[in-house]
Design a protein around this ligand. Sequence first.
Ligand SMILES: Nc1ncnc2c1ncn2[C@@H]1O[C@H](COP(=O)(O)OP(=O)(O)OP(=O)(O)O)[C@@H](O)[C@H]1O
Length: 530
Amino acid sequence: MELKPCSSSAQASKNPVAALPESDSKSVDDTACCEEEEIVHEELKGKRKEGNGMEKKGKKEEESEEKKEEEKPKKGKGGGILTNKLFSEHDISELTAKAIREMNYTHLTEIQARSIPHLMVQSDVMGSAKTGSGKTLAFLIPAIELLRKSHFMPRKRNWSHCDLPNKGACYPDTQCCQGINEVSLTNSWICVIGGTNMRSEANQLANGINVLVATPGRLLDHLRSTSSFNYKRLKCLIIDEADRILEQNFEEDMKQIFKRLPRDRQTVLFSATQTQKVEDFANFTFGKKDERERKLVYVGVDDSELKPTVEGLQQGYCVIPSEKRFLVLYAFLRVKARQEQKVMVFFSSCSSVKFHAELLNTLGIECYDIHEQLKQQKRTSTFFRFLKEKRAARGLDIPEVDYIVQYDPPDDPKDYIHRVGRTARGDKGKGRALLFLLPEELKLLIHLQGSIMTRVLEQENIVGGNYFLKQSAKEAYRSYLLAYNSLSMKGIFDIHQLDLKVNVCDVLSQGSVIGFFVFILSAFSFIIAS
Ligand SMILES: Nc1ncnc2c1ncn2[C@@H]1O[C@H](COP(=O)(O)OP(=O)(O)OP(=O)(O)O)[C@@H](O)[C@H]1O
């Protein structure tokens, strides 16, 4: 078995939407806060050029850019995702403010600080920020506030908001809606997702709702077939996780949805990764400049960053031949179970999830399974049970996931980013992600460059760059081999049968590998000892 850190970094996602960079001028709106991010497609291309340093800037321009930079929300201390902007500085109704306080949030994240002011004045917004950076509240607070200002009442035949995430994102979005609504108690909302009972959803829609969280496919079904569903007064359409929606081939459904919905509405599109597909979809969603009456603002929080994953995420991979993969997983999960850590494991098929969950439960490792073949209700309840599970030892009710394990590889870098984005979420969130690869799958790393990285690299440098640690690691490894060789039952413990050549060479020739190697090895020694 070969265990290695990922050793390179570059860009996994494509450049941010070329046609929709942040701009700073020609605001149609008179709100000062919106001036810095106003966009007009044609002007944007020019701006991007400037951003790339391809044209010389005049002094005046430089000064105005400096001013803009000063006006941007500053990141809070401690390297988290929060800025120095407070929720209390915003014109938010008391009930929503109370809901936010009850969630213990005081400061806004960057995507929130930069998009909420635009959304509150009902501009169209296209937002882009890493997974776990607080996009949900960024669009939900203005949505709830818009409802409040419009004096919408529950159970009237209105339909004012539609939030369109993909199926996975539906849970956090509805949870967040629920959080705000539990306190404000003003809005009725429902969540419609494929796999649930369409008739009961139709009844609720007929009764009238204020906020609808839906997957594109199921929403289209209702638009087509639920005659009592009155959507003519839609105020705001929010498309969350646009990149995921497109990946799952919902593009055609989205076009059909757009055809049916009223055009005079606010439109919001959020995405964690930017691709050509998202760019094309954005152009299609917002239409051409002349067709648009509303102002469109692009807020790209991480556009200048090379790394598409968050700071608090440590990432690594291990190369394991297929016959040993389950053993590694089992050993790993046992250690993590003892440490009362939460681990989310990704497989490539439903039957594989089912099988491994059954097997692990049989072997005494308690785990839940979520896959497409389960009824939606079961999926939702399992998901919430997993998130809410208490960790007795620490006495905390923390929903965060400590580890993401990708037992089967992701389909592409975006898939990878979304999977690892389930950990290290929120302010100063910390988490780890481990990718299992077969030796012949190593080529995948070329495509993941930039996604996997830094922290493990730092770890690698700690050992590789430190003479004493390196010597000590070599010594530890040498003594492990000597001890193994000294075992008396040679029939069982034959050092010549150990497939260690690759590891020995790697460990001894590159200090780089040692950090991660030792980390995993210690997990095994724990198992052996237990
Ligand atoms: N203002 C805030 N202060 C502190 N924590 C926050 C704040 N806003 C959001 N969070 C935390 O950040 C976590 C991630 O937020 P959210 O789910 O909105 O991210 P996201 O950007 O939508 O991620 P994804 O793209 O994966 O859906 C939340 O679970 C919440 O704990």
